[in-house]
Write a protein that binds this ligand. Structure first.
Ligand code: SAM
Length: 200
């Protein structure tokens, strides 16, 4: 569902996602500052490459971007042709190149929660010690749901923040930053929680 839906809204999404929201840039800076100069950053669910990959590249880092939406990935490829873009699903992609940091921004919650630990284990397991990842999870304990964006339906699922934090700790991470970006309102907004974690 999500792949077709993102393909259909690619231009609207690109237009809406021109820059950072809230403290997103600070989270990305926290990931980049832990990576050596010029290192490669893995962006899982990279979308159009803007603003995350674009900013990382402007600071001298290289990007491997992964996304299952052909239309969004084509925009990323056109925007940053020197970087590596892989059309694949986050759950099954096989990344053989080393990376020093990882971005899983607003993408993990599009995947069934039963798969989150395996995805995180793969990402963390391939980070160097001291390497960081940034991720968002849903902001509340809530069953899977679908919602509309630009007239298309999207699937969402997430562990509650405390459980996502437990998983990251159990994988050998310390939490560098963990905070609500938007607090659940008990109605349509299920909340959104930002985490920057470091492999220890
Ligand atoms: C809300 S957008 C966020 C895009 C980008 N990370 C950002 O911060 O603007 C979610 C992205 O995750 C991608 N995505 C969702 N589920 C995915 C999956 N299972 N495998 C690969 N990409 C996925 C979508 O195609 C979309 O580009």
């Amino acid at each position: 569902m999500n792949r077709e839906s993102y393909n259909k809204i690619a231009l609207e999404w690109d237009n809406a996602r021109k820059g950072f929201f809230g403290r997103e840039r600070a989270y990305l800076d926290a990931v980049l500052e832990a990576a050596p100069e010029g290192a490669t950053i893995l962006d899982l669910g990279c979308g159009t490459g803007r603003p995350m990959a674009e900013y990382a590249v402007s600071r001298g880092y290289r990007i491997i971007g992964v996304d299952q939406s052909e239309s969004l990935l084509a925009l990323a490829q056109a925007r940053l042709p020197q970087e590596r873009w892989i059309l694949a699903s986050i759950e099954t992609v096989d990344i053989r190149d080393a990376y020093a940091g990882a971005i899983l921004w607003d993408s993990l919650f599009h995947i069934r929660r039963s798969e989150h630990e395996a995805v995180l284990a793969e990402v963390v397991g391939n980070l160097p010690r001291g390497g960081r990842l940034m991720a968002t999870v849903g902001g509340s304990e809530h069953p899977p749901f679908t919602d509309l964006m630009f007239g298309q339906r999207f699937f969402y699922d997430s562990h509650a923040p405390a459980q996502a934090e437990r998983i990251l700790r159990s994988l050998g991470c310390r939490l560098v930053l963990a905070e609500f970006m938007n607090v659940p309102d008990g109605a349509a907004d299920k909340g959104r929680y930002a985490i920057v974690a470091e492999r220890t």
